[in-house]
Design a protein around this ligand. Sequence first.
Ligand SMILES: [Zn+2]
Length: 372
Amino acid sequence: MDDQEFKDMISDAMLVPAKERVEQLTSVTLNKKENSSRGTIWKGPCPICGGTDRFALNENTNRMFCRKGCIGTDDHWASGIELIRVLRPSISFKEAVEDWTGTIVNRDTLQAMHDQRAAEADTAAQQKEAKRQKMRERIAQQDLWHSLHTGMTDEHRNRWLARGIPPDFQDVWTLGYTLDLYHQVYNVPLEAIEDEPSHREALVIPYLNGDGYAQFRYRVPNGKGTYHNLSMFDAVPFVTQPDRPFDHVLIMEGAIKAMNGYLWGCGEKYQVIGAPSMNNLECVIPLLKKSKKAVIWLDPDTWIQHNLAQTNWAPAALRLAAALRKSYQDLDIRIVQVAFKSDDAQLDGLDDTLFMNIVNSARPYERWPKLK
Ligand SMILES: [Zn+2]
């Protein structure tokens, strides 16, 4: 076999419909389907370590990943060839390619299947964009953002006060409150949300995204305490002081912690920004173009897996710091390490002075262990 033949063989292998092939080769069935920004994801037991839904396979890229670390990483999903290499470590690379490709050798058929999937993904992306556009127009037209703010009663304002945000700052950030979230924001009929507490009351936080549109994050007071955002919009950071320079930046987790960080005295020295979800931390990076110093303070539970070895886990803060260092060689990067969440601690009596002391004593990135 010459080089070209071998290359063709590998390209064929990459086109093998991975879901079907994994199910054919192993006893697992991947029957949980999710549509994400990465593509169509199928979940199920891992062919290597079992479980119920720890294994994920992307139908569009034919790549796969096990949360327990047996195959692929969150950043780099593995091919079918790699799966064979894990299942049968003793065989050669060429044998693994043959094994994965199996009897599926008709290149035209493979290419046609692949093209069809790509076309389907395109259509889905277009439909999604059309929906996003419609939602943007709806929000712009109805000025929903302002109505949710100006409609707040004293009782609603007290909900924000309980989160540490006084009324004057509720106005500064045009925070809102709604009693019927899905009805207001998604146009869902009131009857349909009656029995869904998490679709009703919510604290509403407007974010300004790059297009100048407001998008919303909201926190349901009686719910699980997590943020949701309108899926119509890309994740953007929450900036507490839009007209302040970004020379010193404090990056916190989520808008409410950022607002609190600002109010606890950091606002004088720092531009405090709230990073959106853990999957989108890196969207803060472009904001720091002219910054001299960045302090990262994330929750202690935001640990993410970053490579295959299960012993080697890194806090999300360290990963964000590494990405910042890559973009900005002269930036003074520091990471706060405390065992509590800043907002919980405030309720337990953490005061402004202690808060500032924690920020000021953040350990420089260079003194943290390096990511491998
Ligand atoms: Zn596994």
